[in-house]
Write a protein that binds this ligand. Structure first.
Ligand SMILES: [Zn+2]
Length: 576
C-alpha cells in the first residue's frame, strides 16, 4: 500500500518523470564517457527551481495541516520525502532496510472526560468551580479533607504546617499563598512551587490535594497542560473563587476523580544514503515537521489556523532534496558518502535528531561533518546567508572563502543553537546550520509559499555544493568545541546553568546532553549524562520543574544540586 503510494508520488513529483528514462537510454554512451572524464552533469537551474517549487508547494499545502510530529500531515510529508529518496536512488537507511526511522514522544496532554469533584453533598462543576492542575495524577481520591495552612514543610526556617498534623489517609487543603506572601523576596521562595507542596503532602501520607486562593494579591495557578510536565503521585485540584469558606471544612467528605490523557505518539525520521563507496559520511539534514494547527511554539494569537511552515522548514527539505539529486550526479562530490536525514519533532525540542544521534543507523565514528538546513527560503535581496556553528571545526574557515552567487556569509561560532545541528555537535561532529534569517511570519500561519525566494534557495544550493567540493581534500574534518552556548538564556532567567537539556529524556529529572565550558555546571563538575534531580529546594521531576527551579536564583547565588550519575546520587554545589 505504502510502496505504491510512494511511487505515485515520485512520478508526480518529478515533472519529467516519464521522459527521463528515454533521455537516459539515448545518451547512455555519452553520459558514461562524461562521467569517466569527471565532468559533472548538474541539473539545469530551471529544473532545480521547478523541483523546489513543487516540493514546497506540496509540503506547505493545507493538505498536510502544518506537518506536526505525530499527525497524519507529518506522515504525508514522510511518505513524500521517502518517495523522493527512492527516485533519486538513495539507499534506505532507516529502521530494518526502510527509509523510515520511528521514535516515540509524549504528546501534549489533554483533559479527559472523567474529572469530577464532590465535597460533602455538593457536586462541583469543572472549569466553573474547580480545575485539575497540570501535574495531577489521573486517579481517584476518596477521603476526608483537612486544612494544612500553606502546606509548607521548612524545618531550616523553623516553619512546618504539618507539625502536630497527621494527614495520613486525608485529602489536604492548601492555601496557595505563603506566610510572607508571594514575591521574589519571600523567605519561603523555594517553597512557593505548588508541585513541591503536593509532593510534600504525598510524603506525609495525604491521598489528594486541593489548593485554594485566599490571598487577593496572589494569581491563580496556571492550568496549561504541557508534555514537559510529569504527573505526581496524587490527584491535585484547585478550588476556584471564594467557595473554600463553604467547602473546605476539616472533616468534610471528599470524592474526586482526575483524568488527564497523556498519550505517547510516534514520529518518523526519513533516512537515505547516497553510497559512493567511501569511508566517511557527510550528513545533510533538514527538519520536516512544523507546528500543525499551532503547537506550543506558535506565535499566532487568535483563532486556530494551519501553520504551513513554507520557510520553516519546507524550504530546507526542498534544498536538501535538490542537493541529494545533484550530489548523486556530481563526480566532484565523490570524496564522501552522503546521508540525508529529514528529521521530525524538531519544533517540539529537536526530538528526531536527538533520537537519530542516539540510535544512529550507521556508525557515528564514520561521520565527517553535518550540514543542517533550517529556514533557507528567505534570502531576498540582502544575499546574506547565516552560517551558524563555524566554530565546530577549523575547516569551516572555508565558508568565508566560498563566494558563490554573490552570497555574503554571516557566521556565528557556537555549535549549539535552536535546530538539529546541535544534536550532532553534542556527539562531537563538526556541524553547521544554514539560515536565511528570521522574519515577521516566523512561527505564524502567514509563513506561506508566496513569500519564498526560490532563486535564493537555488543560490544556497549551489553555495553548499561548492563548499562541499572545496572540502574534498580536507579528509575528515577536525572537531573543535565551541564557547558561548545559551539555550536557556531567555528573559525568564537571570541565571544559566550552562547545560543543554535532553528534551527527549523521559525519566524523572533533567538529563544533561551537553555542558558549556566556563559556565556554572562545568565549574561544579557536572557531566554529560548526569540527571539533575534536585536544584536548591526544588525537586526536579521534569523540564518544567527545572526551569522553575532556575528562575529562583540570581547571579552570584550558590545552591546545592543533586544529580544521578550512572544510577548513583551525587551532591555538589553550583554557583550561578
Ligand atoms: Zn521552527
Amino acid at each position: 500500500m505504502q510502496q505504491s503510494y510512494q511511487r505515485s508520488v515520485c512520478h508526480r513529483a518529478y515533472g519529467w518523470g516519464n521522459f527521463a528514462p528515454v533521455m537516459k537510454n539515448l545518451f547512455l554512451p555519452a553520459c558514461a564517457f562524461l562521467s569517466m572524464t569527471g565532468y559533472a552533469q548538474l541539473k539545469s537551474d530551471t529544473d532545480v527551481l521547478d523541483q523546489m517549487r513543487y516540493d514546497v508547494q506540496y509540503l506547505a499545502s493545507d493538505l498536510l495541516e502544518g506537518r506536526e510530529a505525530g499527525t497524519k500531515g507529518e506522515r504525508l510529508a514522510v511518505d513524500y520525502i521517502a518517495g523522493k529518496f527512492s527516485t533519486i536512488g538513495l539507499m534506505p537507511y532507516g529502521d530494518s532496510a526502510t527509509y523510515i526511522q520511528s521514535f516515540t514522544f509524549n504528546a501534549d496532554p489533554v483533559l479527559g472526560p472523567n474529572n469530577t469533584l464532590q465535597i460533602g453533598r455538593v457536586k462541583l462543576k469543572l472549569e466553573d468551580q474547580f480545575a485539575v492542575l497540570p501535574f495531577s495524577a489521573s486517579s481517584v481520591a476518596r477521603a476526608k479533607v483537612k486544612k494544612v495552612g500553606y502546606g509548607i514543610h521548612a524545618p531550616e526556617l523553623n516553619y512546618d504546617d504539618y507539625k502536630d498534623e497527621d494527614v495520613k489517609g486525608w485529602v489536604v487543603a492548601i492555601a496557595i499563598g505563603s506566610p510572607d506572601g508571594i514575591h521574589p523576596h519571600s523567605k519561603y521562595l523555594a517553597y512557593h512551587d505548588l508541585r513541591t507542596r503536593a509532593e510534600v503532602a504525598a510524603s506525609q501520607g495525604a491521598v489528594g490535594v486541593i489548593f485554594y486562593n485566599d490571598d487577593k494579591a496572589v494569581e491563580d495557578p496556571s492550568l496549561r497542560l504541557s508534555a514537559k510536565v510529569k504527573p505526581c503521585a496524587l490527584p491535585v485540584l484547585f478550588l476556584k473563587g471564594d467557595s473554600y469558606h463553604e467547602h473546605l471544612i476539616t472533616g468534610n467528605p471528599f470524592i474526586a476523580q482526575t483524568d488527564i490523557l497523556r498519550e505517547q505518539r510516534t514520529a518518523y525520521n526519513v533516512v537515505g544514503l547516497l553510497d559512493k563507496g567511501k569511508e566517511n559520511v557527510v550528513v545533510i539534514g533538514a527538519h520536516l515537521d512544523h507546528l500543525g494547527w499551532g503547537d506550543e511554539g506558535s506565535l499566532h494569537r487568535g483563532e486556530k489556523a494551519i501553520h504551513n511552515g513554507a520557510d520553516d522548514n519546507a524550504s530546507g527539505i526542498a534544498v536538501m532534496l535538490a542537493l541529494a539529486a545533484d550530489l548523486a550526479e556530481m563526480d566532484q562530490a565523490n570524496a564522501n558518502d552522503y546521508l540525508f536525514i529529514a528529521f521530525s519533532g524538531e519544533e517540539k525540542g529537536l526530538y528526531g535528531s536527538n533520537h537519530w544521534t542516539k540510535h544512529p543507523t550507521l556508525p557515528i565514528s564514520t561521520l565527517n561533518y553535518m550540514i543542517n538546513l533550517d529556514m533557507v527560503g528567505r534570502l531576498d535581496t540582502s544575499n546574506v546567508i547565516g552560517v551558524n556553528g563555524v566554530g565546530t571545526s577549523p575547516a569551516w574557515a572555508e565558508v568565508d572563502r566560498t563566494l558563490i552567487g554573490g552570497l555574503k556569509p554571516k557566521t556565528t561560532t557556537s555549535g549549539i543553537g535552536p535546530s538539529d545541528h546541535t544534536s550532532f555537535y553534542l556527539q562531537g561532529i563538526p556541524a553547521i546550520h544554514f539560515f536565511t534569517g528570521t522574519h515577521a511570519d516566523y512561527h505564524k500561519p502567514s509563513d506561506d509559499i508566496e513569500k519564498i525566494d526560490f532563486p535564493g534557495m537555488l543560490k544556497v544550493t549551489r553555495y553548499i555544493e561548492s563548499l562541499i567540493t572545496s572540502l574534498n581534500d580536507d579528509g575528515k574534518l577536525i572537531f573543535t568545541k565551541t564557547e558561548e552556548v545559551n539555550t536557556e538564556n531567555t528573559p525568564r532567567f537571570k541565571v544559566t546553568l550552562g547545560v543543554v537539556p535532553d528534551y527527549l529524556y523521559d525519566g524523572k529529572g533533567m538529563r544533561i546532553d551537553g555542558i558549556t565550558e566556563g559556565k556554572p555546571a562545568a565549574a561544579a563538575g557536572l557531566k554529560v549524562g548526569d540527571v539533575v534531580v534536585k536544584l536548591g529546594a526544588i525537586e526536579v521531576t521534569d523540564m518544567m520543574a527545572y526551569m522553575k527551579g532556575l528562575a529562583n536564583f540570581n547571579k552570584g547565588d550558590t545552591a546545592p544540586i543533586k544529580v544521578l550519575r550512572e544510577g548513583k546520587e551525587v551532591e555538589t554545589t553550583v554557583t550561578f
